[in-house]
Write a protein that binds this ligand. Structure first.
Ligand SMILES: Nc1nc2c(ncn2[C@@H]2O[C@H](COP(=O)(O)OP(=O)(O)OP(=O)(O)O)[C@@H](O)[C@H]2O)c(=O)[nH]1
Ligand SMILES: [Mg+2]
Length: 318
């Protein structure tokens, strides 16, 4: 228990025989349950976890067929909610997450400031030390794209897997909808914002050691870019149902119509008011064109979104 709340740690592990032991040893005493999700490792990961399980009754090993890191984490979240634990944190099986920072992820949830917290390695110069230049560049680019996709403008380092979620919030999501592969963290951010849940960044420095990343970059770039685009459309389509978006679009439509009417009036009276008409004509035309382009873009998104939502209807459970 930590500050009166029961804590689960979900450990996704795929071929982590080298580092899974160190990861499990480092999990703090106040953690109530540890769910190691091993999906299809071909090395000795499962055997090592079994050894630790015999010594530490908090550990539960979940073996499943390989479905990607996202699906492994969702499996862990499901097990934790089924066992009635209050909060689930994620600590990867490659010992990249420093347990000393776990309280800073749990506190905002317990204090009612956030439903989901995540580490941020981009908060200052010292925090991204150890990250290669390419990774830093990629991370910054993904930060920008995820801000646009998810609408969470205050969030950086979306790829950070060191997170914690309020399990009462997880229960309300549709787990089958969450992206199964590496972009799961970006997808979860979009869904949480879409439903109005609060996400908070916690500065946590990067920790790199002997681990080997399993990410294959060409596949990663293709699949995650596609996901970010689909999530953007999904979010906008979902939000369009809200009153504020409908009134914003109606207001934009009125501005466009009035601007075009203004142009017609100016053209009609041009011979009388020759001098000022050029400026007004230009301003009215520019505003009408801008608003029209935005409206066309918006309608295009709506059409795509409607088609998309037939496949992936976002649901929020009561
Ligand atoms: N269960 C399961 N775990 C996975 C899978 N793919 C990756 N993982 C685990 O998820 C964690 C994170 O994966 P990494 O490949 O290290 O990716 P990352 O930590 O986001 O990126 P790096 O900074 O490059 O290490 C590791 O503990 C992996 O063992 C998978 O398909 N199934
Ligand atoms: Mg890693």
């Amino acid at each position: 228990m930590y500050r009166g709340k029961s804590i689960a740690v979900v450990v996704p592990a795929y071929n982590e025989e080298k580092l899974i032991g160190a990861t499990l040893e480092s999990i703090p005493d106040y953690v109530d349950r540890v769910f190691v999700v091993n999906d299809g490792s071909t090395d000795g990961t499962a055997d090592i976890v079994e050894e630790y399980k015999a010594k530490d009754p908090r550990i539960r090993l979940i073996n499943k067929s390989n479905g990607g890191v996202g699906s492994a984490i969702v499996f862990g979240y499901k097990a934790a909610t089924e066992e009635g634990l209050d909060i689930s944190a994620v600590m990867a099986g490659d010992n990249q997450m420093d347990p000393a920072y776990l309280p800073s992820l749990l506190d905002p949830i317990i204090d009612g400031e956030a439903h989901y917290t995540k580490g941020n390695r981009l908060s200052g110069k010292d925090s991204y030390r150890g990250m290669s230049r390419w990774r830093l560049l990629g991370n910054n680019l993904l930060t920008l794209l995820t801000k646009i996709s998810s609408g969470l403008w205050h969030i950086s380092d979306p790829q950070n897997g060191y997170t914690a979620i309020d399990n009462s919030v997880f229960k309300r999501l549709d787990p089958e909808e969450i992206f199964a592969w590496y972009g799961y963290c970006n997808d979860l951010l979009t869904r949480l914002n879409m439903y109005g849940f609060v996400v908070k960044d916690v500065p946590i420095p990067a920790r790199y050691g002997d681990e080997k990343s399993k990410i294959k970059y060409p596949e990663y770039i293709y699949r995650v870019s596609k996901l970010l685009l689909l999530d953007f459309v999904m979010r906008i389509s979902y939000k369009q149902k809200s009153k504020s978006v409908i009134s914003f679009v109606s207001a934009a439509f009125v501005v466009a119509v009035l601007s075009y009417l203004g142009i017609l009036v100016i053209l009609g009276t041009q011979s009388v008011y020759q001098a000022p008409s050029q400026v007004f004509l230009f301003l009215a035309f520019a505003s009408a064109l801008t608003v029209s382009i935005l409206l066309v873009f918006y309608l295009f998104l709506m059409i795509c979104g409607t088609a998309l939502l037939h496949r992936r209807v976002p649901k929020l459970n009561p």
